[in-house]
Design a protein around this ligand. Sequence first.
Ligand code: HCA
Ligand code: CU
Length: 403
Amino acid sequence: MSLVSEDANYYAHQYNESEKDKKIITILDSTLREGEQHPGVSFTTKQRIQIAWMLDSFGVDQIEISPVISEEHLISTKTILKQGLRADIVAHVRATKSDVDIAIKCGATWVATYLGISDVHLSAKLKISREEAKMRALEVADYIKAHGLKARFTMEDASRTDPKFLVDICKEMNKRNMERISIPDTVGIMRPRGMYNLVKMVHNNIDSSRTLLDVHCHNDVGLALANGLAGCEAGASQIHTTIDGLGERTGIPNLAETAVALTLIYKSSNRLRLHMLKDLSRTVSQYTNLDIPESKPIVGDSAYKHKAGTHLAAILKNPSAYEILEPKTVGNRRKIVFGELAGKNGAAYLLSLLGLETNEQDAKTLARGMKELRMGDILELYLDDRLERKILNNASPDIPMKE
Ligand code: HCA
Ligand code: CU
């Protein structure tokens, strides 16, 4: 048998050009702002504070919260700001002086203001002209800077905005030394290449030593994360996420998938404590009463379950055969499923776990039995440290069976 490469993912990383194209991409988590816009979701102040602590210890760079939604949100924002967290706490408000005042009153040092600048937002929502929108945006930016705040300006509905108008306002924000500009795909209409082109255009028109770009992509067609990452490839330095991908309608990129994509696939250097991901997801799902689909990548219960006989046989020898990472690095666990698909190898392993001496015939009989039962999955077992040790101690079915 030929020796396989020590790193099973090696060639994939070569195609991905992960090493060649490495850059640092940070995460702004908006579970407390965008996440609360998900139907049915509303956290208590205590829950907001706990989520902020967890996100901070997980290692996101910025945490976004809106103080203007209600009195309770104001108190939550103030309290979170006082916790002395390492992450920036970004107060997200409308682009009006009175909203900025509320952020200031909370003690915010970072403020994000947003204004819908596409024609449909100007006419249907704000009922103002482009000129009036530009004036409003610049007045607010000047006001924020006059108060010495660090700031982001969000070009809401950027993907459906006249590019000339978009670039014009971005340049003005850049002149005003706004620390960040957010380029959202508010309605989730972009494809990755489109998001790349959009962000590249803005990036080419601003001085990035003064202003960095954020990408905020909605998941209406399931492309949010792919679009966000394409935006990062085009020059954005920060991507917006929420735990479990919560948000308006179908939400935005999921923190777990984004964090793993950045770390493992993009090789972006960071201090993220990936092992907290499952816990973050579990905590938020308890607070929202929204179940985590078991097929959800990274944090779902089936994310590291193996079922087909051929898969079981390989996994029992080397989990890298069907896994790109060790499940415990993201706080999840590997499971093996025994049932009608388990085959001879799965059956032999099951017998060996029961301490029965395994021979080829018994394994085949059990495999046939499980198939004929037609009961689907009969048994699931964790295949973690203890069982892994057992495999090393030669309990694996691949270990010669007596004929
Ligand atoms: C919103 C709009 C927003 C803002 C994004 C951002 C969007 O729901 O208020 O501030 O970066 O999707 O455009 O979430
Ligand atoms: Cu949004």
